[in-house]
Unconditional design. Sequence first.
Length: 81
Amino acid sequence: MIIFLLLHVRWAFCTAGATIVSGAVAERVKSPTYAAFAFFMTSFIYPVVVAWSWGGGWLASLFGVGYMDFAGSGQSRVEDI
């Protein structure tokens, strides 16, 4: 049950990252183009950034200080840059 809840929370952050971009490109790109971007982001970009920062990735030990994420806002905004 706990694993399902963690998966659900991470899925929610992943979809939030994809929908932040949708507001910026609304009526500027065609739907298939956005669908391809959303697929690429949720399949490749988001998992890589999350692996770097959550769970002891290389950002977690950067400069010996570590990486502090406030409720997942780091991942949601880093990919949208």
